[in-house]
Design a protein around this ligand. Sequence first.
Ligand code: ACM
Length: 641
Amino acid sequence: MPALVTKALWRTAPLLLLAGLTSLARAQAAPAVSVIPYPASVTVDAGVRYTFGPAPTIALSAPANAELRALGDLAAGILRDELGGHPRVVSTPASSARSDAVALILAPADSGGPESYRLAVTRRGVTITAPRTAGLFYGLQTLRALVEPKLPATSAERRASNATLQGMHIADAPRFPYRGMHLDVGRHFAPVPFVKRYIDLMARYKLNTFHWHLTEDQGWRIEIKKYPRLTEVGGCRKETQLGRFRSNPYVGDSIRYCGFYTQDQIRDVVAYAKDRHITVLPEIEMPGHSVAALTAYPELACKPGPYEVRTTWGVDENILCPKEETFTFIENVLTEVMALFPSQYIHIGGDEAPKTVWQASQIAQDVIKRENLKDEHELQSYFIRRVEKFLNAHGRRIIGWDEILEGGLAPNATVMSWRGINGGIAAARANHDVVMTPTSNTYLDYNQGDPRFESIYMGARLPLMTVYAYEPIPDSLTAEQGKHVLGTQGQLWTEYMQTTRDMEYMAFPREMAIAEIAWSPKAARSWDSFGRRLLPRLLALDRLGVNYRFPGVESGLEKNQVVAGDTVTVTLATPIPEAEIRYTLDGSEPTITSTKYTGPLHLTIPADGSVSVVARAFLDEHHASPSRAATFRRATTTSTR
Ligand code: ACM
């Protein structure tokens, strides 16, 4: 359909359209600063410049406690990494009367919010002021982006091109208090060093919640001292299914797959995240996605078992049985979880719990009768309410996937709306807080390009552009209801991500789009501007060895299209202006020497066939996107009858 529209327009008013597009492109002003997420307010002081010297000083406001000194070290590390030289943290307090390359000033009386900061570049240096250390930390992430190179560069070139900053005043604070990334370590395990790297990368984009999905049908990944079999037995599966979910016949890889975190490791990760102003939100799934737990302790099931840690993906009907023994188990597990995780919220899962086993179980039916419940959905509500009561009594709150709405929401629960946005709308209207995590825009396990050229993906397509287009506050909420939207989060479910490199490929750069949605004011968001700020961020990921996906042709090529008439006009676009699009018309994958795209392609479709366009974006020989392809056919006019 888009091809038809484009074609019609080109036929009727090609010159007009061309002129329109050109002026539109010019109208999109370059962003004032190359920062992701874009700050709430930026004012440039034209004519003012500051250049870092070879031994820049970093001054801390007094009294410099350990947290401030760590921020000083962070500032020194950023300058050393990006500009080289020998930055020093000086003990004399930051003073407005002196020149310091970077002054970090804690100003508790500052009126901004708890995560706000102000950053000024003047002729005398860079001053970052914030009411709390979180703001100073975010200000330093902005400084990092300001000094990161805009093009691939050697370290000498980097220093030369990035040591000079233009004068500016930034006043910044997040739009949403909840800015998350999720990681499923149940399907595929992520070792501690990777988890820390994941947290480090989140911090760059001012994300503040790491949702650690720790238990699954395919593996229980958190040591619980009282129940050692959870990790001894539930931490391993005998193998993993090869190929896609429901591949028939089943073929396993015959490789035992194990992994879990000790409590010491968890404490270490939680402390590491705290230093980066990131809260770790642990998820302990119940009553579904619990086959690993049932394998370790079959007495928690309604049926005798035995059970086996799953080797395939999908939803399992075997769920925790709502008996007293199970609640004792959950309370004991959560007692250890609360001791490890200081977060206000504990995620209790609640999703994808089929009710077939409860329907057939006398134990479950007896609970329904005893508690005067209507059905198994109300039984799940009863289950979740009991757990909520326990956690509330210990000063914690629950958050769960939107199925916890079915059968009635627990009184103080917060909802993660994943099956679209309706769960979030219903929860907000009922005065419950929500985190918007719809599959349509935030499931980063979904395919980000053309499935023919992507090896890892689940389900539907979710290109960078669609993530970026997401607005977390649904239109149908009133302003008051909208305040219940705490924020949003990217989901990384790892069924098809066997390695941590795969996880990086799926997370980046889409995580940056999530971060901008969660942080930047709605009015500051612009896809064009985001694309213009992307390259320096990707080059920074190069230096860290992150296996990101280089963005390609995000629009203009939709698989197979039928066209009225014998010609088609194909307009291609890629978000990164520094990149070139190269294409072929013979079905082969483009290389860096293929024909360069310079404007809309006017193609003639042979009477008896089709024309295929395959396109990729290239920055240089090291930076190429995956291909996208479409085949255009003429609509047949002859009747097939
Ligand atoms: C989910 O994706 N099952 C929350």
